[in-house]
Design a binder for this molecule. Sequence first.
Ligand code: BDR
Ligand code: CA
Length: 311
Amino acid sequence: MIKMILDVDTGIDDALAIAYAIASPEIELLGITVTYGNTPIDNAFQNTCELLERIHTQIPVYKGAEKPISRSAHFSSVFHGTDGLGETLGKADGVDHISADAVDFIIEQVNKYGPNLTIVTTGPVTNLAQAIMKDPSIITRVGSVVTMGGAVTTPGNVNKFAEANIFIDPEAADMVLRSELPITLVGLDVTRKTLLTQKDMQRWRSMETGLSTLFADFTEYYLNVYQKYYPFLGGCALHDPLAVAVAKDPSLVRTIPMFLKVDLEQDALGRTAEDLQRASLSGPNTFVSVQVDSERFMNDFYNRLDLVLKG
Ligand code: BDR
Ligand code: CA
């Protein structure tokens, strides 16, 4: 079993990633740490807790950063709705999960499990950057980090170069990528090749359970926005679930080792690119995913999600 922390900004595809991780028997989800990103931190926290309640799963949820390290926060309400879940969940009362500090939880779990711990991030990496600043020793002790973020060989989704999770907190992303953390980057290079379509929504709706309707409602919101902005893709990208999948089975992607950095200059802000100036005695330790076995991933995703949605 893979001991995992999932660091999310829930978020529609984050919600799909959470459900997928919960339904994967290979994963022991130790806790979910939450950050701002797709939506303000309180919404992301609320969405995460409410989702877990609807799935009837008890996993501790920890609140983390509410803004980038040195910038003000911007949210992706166009793609995810003002509530982060396509205006579907509303404001539920009585959510009673742990609201302790995400950064302390990350450090504590690295101390406890060291090389047996995998951290998967599916939002801006502010929580992870803060954990490194608080305790740099975690860099050499954590087992692996899988980060959904970046666009190395493909255009960005915020501007020509930058992917959203990196763009939102580029200083945090630069710090994390330049650290010697063992990172596998799952960026737009591969996530745009793993898509859900309208046909999938029809199949989910035909299950006629409360969860299948809820998931189809928020995913359809995301799908409609994708159809508006990216009609050529033919579906909506499973960015965050693919990061979970790669943590379960690294052979799903072909990777290239690189020394990555994040551009911080205004004209290319958030671009993930090879750091040509880097002088290091050790080899590159960011593995950039450049190819994915989409079919194998999609089959596993469908099977796992069906288990959750059928209730
Ligand atoms: C990433 O940005 C967010 O909008 C998604 O949840 C995903 O993590 C894709 O660029
Ligand atoms: Ca996300």
